[in-house]
Ligand binder design. Structure first.
Ligand SMILES: Cc1cc2nc3c(=O)[nH]c(=O)nc-3n(C[C@H](O)[C@H](O)[C@H](O)COP(=O)(O)OP(=O)(O)OC[C@H]3O[C@@H](n4cnc5c(N)ncnc54)[C@H](O)[C@@H]3O)c2cc1C
Length: 478
């Protein structure tokens, strides 16, 4: 046995499937694959496999099931809940689809694109654009995350309001099961009521049911009009009223409605190169409004002017700037997307990716602030996010001068406070990042026993040997 508890012979058998060149065992090669973005998890693994075809993935999974070897799918390694990180002290083999990056087909008439599971999201967007189409999934990590990971986390991002999350953007899947069997479900149908929806089981399963090797994705017309505005407001209540106004004036043309606090704007302008506050005065809250229209540029302009004019008249908007160029639109979005990074130089940050019904956001925010400040005086709350989807990244930066380690040690305690209020408002403890290792035990504690038991039964049915990303999402040990 090797130090990882897996025999060198078995490692050789796995390596032979992909060829030595694509079977990495060196510490330096593996090191970046053993940690995730936030440094919360540091796993161990004896081997990283990079198969070049669906057949090779199938051979790997057959051998894994036969020998009881755990496999962890990892594509872009941008996940935020430790789902792609191998377990600590175990012999999980990492399977990466980074060689399987083909855009298999783009059909602008049928409005579909078929991609390998390892295709990078930004490349899929570009391929759609080259055919005059839009693939609307857009995330801060789009230059590195890959379609298999996006589907497995049911990624959301900045345009969910208009286009839905990854579940709504996918028509069909190709999946290699833990047993090595291949399911070709690459269908292109909008309507297909033929029994249990297997596709929907794999989407959001975080690699616990199979390896997604290909997908049929939905495309949309490229918008002809696009407007982005940044508005300063007095309160979250005003943001909610403005959201309802914008939604009724713009309908499905309202593509994004993002909420940001003053603290978030301060730290992005302080720490992120090129970010500046577009407004002269400071306001307690801000919203980013994104409108895109498929008929004409004038429609988008008219809609944005309408939202802001009526917002001013109703006393909801205190000041606003409309981006006058594509560069200015990007600059406003850059400020919003840098909000997580800007917290790093401010010390420790305890994160929550939660959702509540949109109408409950003001109540939730007020109660959470009261409870957090009572538990930790001096905490600096950076609650921002996709307000139109009810999704708030409720982040808490450490009090100025606090000890970072002591602050981070209170992660679970603060989660308990924030998640308790989220649940009291009928919300979810994971809006878009998933469960992974981070929230597995909490999920089991808060969901009805029957729900967790059904998840366990599904897991056992798909993965009888228990080798598919074990220890993530749902534990089989009761
Ligand atoms: C700067 C930044 C911004 C982000 N913004 C957003 C955002 O706005 N919205 C959002 O939803 N997320 C966001 N994320 C989180 C992350 O980018 C997404 O979850 C993304 O979808 C993960 O894709 P990935 O290829 O990196 O997957 P990985 O991190 O490699 O894996 C994620 C999960 O999917 C599984 N998996 C990966 N590939 C496969 C496969 N082929 N088959 C089966 N299972 C697989 C893994 O085992 C793991 O459980 C952000 C992350 C960063 C770093």
């Amino acid at each position: 046995m090797s130090s990882h508890g897996i025999s060198p012979d078995l490692l050789d058998r796995f390596a032979a499937i992909v060829g030595e060149k694509y079977a990495l065992r060196g510490e330096a090669d593996l090191a970046p694959r053993l940690i995730e973005n936030r440094g919360l998890y540091h796993g161990s693994s004896p081997l990283l496999l990079k198969p070049g075809s669906v057949e090779e993935v199938s051979e790997i999974m057959k051998l894994a099931t036969e020998t009881g070897t755990a496999i962890v799918p990892q594509t872009g390694n941008t996940g935020l809940v430790g789902g792609q990180t191998p377990r600590t002290g175990q012999a999980d083999i990492i399977l990466s689809l980074e060689r399987m990056t083909r855009i298999r087909d783009v059909d602008p008439v049928a409005n579909v694109l078929i991609a390998d599971g390892g295709a990078i999201l930004a490349d899929v967007q570009k391929a759609a654009e080259a055919h005059g189409r839009l693939f609307p999934l857009s995330l801060g990590s789009e230059g590195s995350c890959r379609i298999g990971g996006n589907l497995s986390t049911n990624a959301g991002g900045t345009a969910v309001l208009a286009y839905g999350n990854m579940r709504q953007l996918c028509l069909g899947l190709e999946v290699v099961l833990p047993t090595g069997e291949i399911w070709d479900g690459l269908r292109q149908l909008k309507k297909d009521n033929t029994g249990y929806d297997l596709r929907d089981l794999f989407i959001g399963a975080e690699g616990t049911l199979g390896i997604i090797t290909g997908a049929v994705l939905k495309l949309f017309p490229q918008p002809l009009g696009h407007q982005v505005a940044f508005a300063g407001l007095h309160s979250v209540e005003d943001a909610l009223a403005l959201f309802n106004l914008a939604a009724s004036l713009c309908g499905t043309s309202l593509t994004g409605f993002e909420l940001m606090p003053r603290f978030g704007v301060e730290i992005t302008t302080r720490h992120i190169d090129g970010v500046r506050d577009p407004l002269e005065a400071a306001y307690p809250w801000y919203v980013l409004i994104d409108i895109s229209t498929s008929d004409s540029a004038e429609t988008a302009e008219r809609m944005m002017n309408g939202v802001l004019e009526q917002g001013f008249e109703a006393g909801l908007v205190q000041d606003a700037a409309i981006a006058a160029s594509v560069a200015q639109q990007k600059a406003i979005w850059h400020m919003r997307e840098s909000m997580s990074d800007a917290q790093k130089p401010e010390g420790g940050s305890i994160k929550h990716d939660v959702s509540v019904p949109v109408s409950k956001i003001p109540h939730f925010m007020a109660e959470a602030e009261k409870a957090v400040m009572a538990a930790m005086p001096g905490a600096r709350i950076c609650a921002f996010g996709h307000m139109g989807d009810g999704n708030i990244h409720y982040n808490i930066s450490q009090p100025i001068g606090a000890d970072k380690a002591a602050f981070i040690a209170r992660w679970r305690e603060m989660n308990h406070i924030v998640h308790g209020l989220v649940l009291a408002h009928g919300g979810s403890i994971s809006a878009e990042h998933g469960i992974g290792q981070l929230k597995r035990d909490e999920l089991a504690a808060i969901r009805p026993a029957i729900e967790i038991e059904l998840m366990r039964r599904i897991k056992r049915a798909f993965d009888p040997a228990g080798i598919m990303n074990p220890g993530k999402v749902v534990s089989l040990e009761i």
